[in-house]
Ligand binder design. Structure first.
Ligand code: ZN
Length: 298
């Protein structure tokens, strides 16, 4: 058997920036590996899909983007052939690099930098009126808020390595979806956190469904979001649903796309019955609308 070639092939290959995406890009490595980058819109809150097209002798491909590392690879290496990269809501406009590394079976490494230009996105400001205890929480609930922040962090910390989703993402409820992702919110005249999801009109008690298949990693009552469900779809992608009147699933449950997970309500910091739907992708807050328009490989 031939000895694996030692040493690294270091290639820095800068591709001209493309504004606002719109086109698929095929990145070809010298060894024949080909990765397709699909980015319909390059703005905060959007999703980039990276797909392995050609993978002769590939063990693994890793993509570093900001602080996160995404991995993909051939099926026989027990990896998914695609990965989803989240552009966080708070991302500053300007150039950013996807630092890609191909690990070949013979030990060689190929590297490539693909520069993308993140566009600017204006988010609206909205004034809302809620019970005072949700704007300035009383001292006796501070411990609870702190504990729940840790519980949420735990829920998002471990994602299934393989993709659990089945086909396209679907709306969790047929009600009208307000495109209010990223809205800067002022509660009772006090500026508070940015709205990191969308709101869907959902009458009290109406069923809310899993937008795709996955594993329930949280199903409980929380101070700010009320009765809440989080589903892990694998590869670092989580969907978040809240303000429920009643939960229909428990932590650890495997749910199928379209399964009823809870009944709509107005628990937590809410102004009336509705569904709040959010998406997190390896720590990045992304727009559920971007998830709905995502065409995933079969
Ligand atoms: Zn909301």
């Amino acid at each position: 058997m031939a000895r694996p070639m030692s040493g690294r092939i270091f290639i820095v290959w800068l591709i001209a920036p493309f504004v606002f995406g719109g086109e698929n890009q095929f990145l070809r490595f010298p060894g024949g590996t080909e990765v397709e980058i699909i980015a319909p819109v390059l703005e905060p809150g959007q999703i980039i899909l990276a797909r392995l097209v050609q993978a002769p002798d590939v063990k693994k491909v890793s993509i570093r983007f900001g602080a996160a590392v995404y991995e993909l690879g051939p099926m026989e290496q027990a990896l998914e052939t695609f990965t989803l990269i989240g552009l966080d809501l708070g991302l500053k406009p300007g150039p950013l690099d996807l630092e890609m590394t191909v690990f070949l079976r013979d030990g060689r490494i190929e590297e490539l930098k693909h520069r993308v230009l993140i566009g600017d996105r204006e988010f609206p400001v909205k004034k809302l009126w809620v019970k005072e205890e949700f704007v300035r929480p009383p001292p006796e609930v501070q411990d609870r808020i702190q504990r729940e922040a840790e519980i949420l962090e735990m829920a998002y910390s471990i994602s299934t390595e393989n993709w659990l989703g089945e086909g396209l993402f679907e709306r969790p409820h047929p009600g009208e979806m307000t495109p209010n992702f990223g809205e800067k919110r002022i509660y009772n005249n006090v500026p508070r956190s940015t709205h990191s999801g969308v709101d869907i009109a959902a009458p009290y008690g109406s069923p809310v469904r899993a937008s795709n298949s996955g594993r329930v990693v949280l199903a409980r009552d929380l101070y700010f979001s009320g009765k809440t469900v989080i589903i892990d779809h694998g590869l670092g992608l989580f969907t978040f649903y809240c303000h429920f009147s009643r939960l229909k699933v428990s932590r650890g449950d495997m749910v199928k796309k379209g399964a009823v997970i809870a009944l709509a309500g107005s628990t937590g910091r809410s102004t009336g019955p509705h569904l709040h739907w959010g998406v997190k992708l390896l720590g990045s807050r992304v727009d559920p609308a971007a998830l709905l328009s995502l065409v995933l490989p079969e």
